[in-house]
Design a protein around this ligand. Structure first.
Ligand SMILES: [Zn+2]
Length: 250
């Protein structure tokens, strides 16, 4: 199947633009719910361990709730609408898409906290590459392909908690840049993410200076000092991986 995304993902380059106007490309009804594809969107699309934005799709007469924005198997992006009364919408119509600020800010904070854990692990001297990361409210964690003893886990939890507090109180701008050549990506991340489609370049996010960044398409805070606290809730071995569970206060 050819993967084709017709929608400009505006948040990748302008994460602080929370609303924009776009035209409807397609309207489908899946299991009683209407889904709308548009020429562009300010919404974060569910994926990469971060939940979708929510918000509104508006016309002059209608204000429809957007429950989530998803990428289908063919790569197309659809806004899933709560309302069933969307018969007034038609392909070609101009609509305004508006992201819920508060929810985005929460997702930014939880995601940035996860990136900060990855950075702090490196500043503690561990050269581990992240195997997976989840930045959902009430279920946020970073995982590595390593296992530690009980004592090592207890020590790491203490050291990591202390280091996170130090980084937050010092503050650091979050830098986002896209790289198109393999060497630059390796220089920035320490490895090349072969699992990412690199046709449009690799977007790298750095939350600490002089520390490897991570390939990431998510949304983040501008500076880590906008976090009040990142709490290391639990460090455990799970299926051959080390899982660091955390809570975010912002
Ligand atoms: Zn990120």
């Amino acid at each position: 199947m050819k993967i084709q995304n017709n929608t400009i993902l505006n948040y990748l380059n302008e994460p602080e633009v929370y609303s924009l106007k776009a035209n409807i490309l397609d309207i489908v009804n899946e299991n009683g719910q209407y889904e709308v594809e548009t020429t562009a969107t300010p919404f974060y699309v569910k994926g990469g361990g971060q939940p979708s934005d929510i918000g509104w799709l508006k016309t002059d007469d209608l204000s429809l709730e957007v429950l989530q924005v998803i990428s289908k198997a063919d790569g197309k992006i659809y806004h899933v609408l709560k309302d069933e009364n969307v018969t007034a919408l038609q392909i070609g119509f101009e609509v305004e898409l508006i992201v819920n600020h508060e929810i985005r800010h929460k997702h930014n904070a939880i995601h940035t906290a996860g990136e900060l854990i990855c950075g702090a692990i490196r500043t503690l001297g561990y050269q581990w590459d992240v195997s997976s990361a989840i930045h959902y409210p009430d279920n946020a964690s970073v995982e590595y392909n390593v296992e530690l003893s009980e004592l090592e886990k207890i020590k790491l939890k203490e050291k990591l908690q202390e280091r996170l507090c130090e980084h937050i109180s010092k503050g650091s701008d979050v830098h986002i840049a896209t790289y198109f050549d393999r060497d630059s990506v390796i220089q920035q991340c320490g490895y090349f993410p072969d699992y990412v489609n690199s046709d449009i370049g690799i977007r790298v996010v750095k939350v600490l200076d002089n520390v490897f960044g991570r390939p990431c398409k998510g949304t983040h805070l501008k500076n880590i000092n906008l976090l009040k606290e990142v709490i290391v809730r639990k460090i455990k071995n799970s299926k051959g991986r080390l899982q660091i569970k955390y809570d975010t206060v912002f």
